[in-house]
Unconditional design. Sequence first.
Length: 434
Amino acid sequence: MADIVGKTEAFLRKYGLDPALVDVDACTRAFQADMEKGLRGDPDAWMMMLPTYLSLDGDIPKDTPTIVIDAGGTNFRIGLVTITDQGPVVEDLRVFPMPGSQAPITWETFVDEVSDAVLPLTGRSRRVGLCFSYAAEILPNRDGKVLNISKQVQISGSKDKELGRDISAALAAKGAEGVTFVVLNDTVAALLGGVAALREERFDGYIGLIYGTGVNTCYVEKREHLGKVTTPWDQDTMLINMESARFDGAPLSAFDKALDENSVDPGLCHYEKMVSGRYQGELVWRALRQGAADGLFSAKLNAFLTGLEGLTMVQADTFTARPYGDNLLAAACDGEEDREAVYTIIDRIVERSARLVCANLAGILLQTGAGQHIHRPACVVAEGSTFYKGHLFRGKLERLCGSYITVTLGRHMVFRQIEDANLVGTAAAALLNP
């Protein structure tokens, strides 16, 4: 068994997939340095560091129904949220596939489909919070200008279009005039949802983390660091959407490069393609297929993998949860060495993801100075199926955060899961910032 472990680790090193190649401290410093560049408006920055024109100041109005839209990487959710003294109430929630996720569509089709979904709710509210899980420049009027559609969603003609303006105009043409929009990113919505739900607790700063189909982070930045914000801003802080999917400070393996070359947006979002649920299954598939080509496995498994046309991260996770169970990869293995090799490859890919996400969070703590007291840690409001349902990821991330963030950096941080965080946070944004 030791021989197959050694061979598998040599295979990973050969193709640049050894997680040890990701130096957590070096990546943390690279994250922070790029944050500073992005905040200054440096065109060489990887991450956009987008202003949101949203703050945490003020009290959320109660008993005011708000239309909320969550345009995610996989699903499109729409409903009504009312903040009450007893907590948030979610009503009339409907879920559809994200427009453009199943087949390419035009911007006009996207606007038509979204306005059709909003229209039945306009009898109860004319205020809409739109959580948009893609790169958008938030304007001072809190509308959102589309910058880039990723995660394999294809909406042609979307670049530089203003979401609220165009959907509101479509609604007016359909008989619902005066509908106003506040647009925000899903990480911002998650953070605001945490703030709304955790008012009885005290934390030294908040971070919003999305780790599902895609990956992104946001946090609260001091006004003096908002170098590229030219619009007058009289609040002490502003939420910043990092667009951290675009971070490019980690070494790419041969499999990362092949995945990127075959994606719809080559050259962009390398960090997201290395770690997120949308892409991890493909990375595992490419690594296993190369292992078969190199003769790493048994003849039976080599033949199976050679003919395998794709793999999802759910299938890979299912194997790590039950390597002897009734699942695709377990059935294809021929003995213990196959299981050991396959498990090791998946484990190391997830380990690398955890190292990068840890560096992302640590970079934010260094930038903000948050989490310096054990009795008042920083709070990470985490959202995403890959974070909560992945068999290996969260345990690895928490171990790394303990060893690096707590022991090495001397910072303290906790994770919190909030029910319907994106929906509640989106409503809070629309109510706090009408």
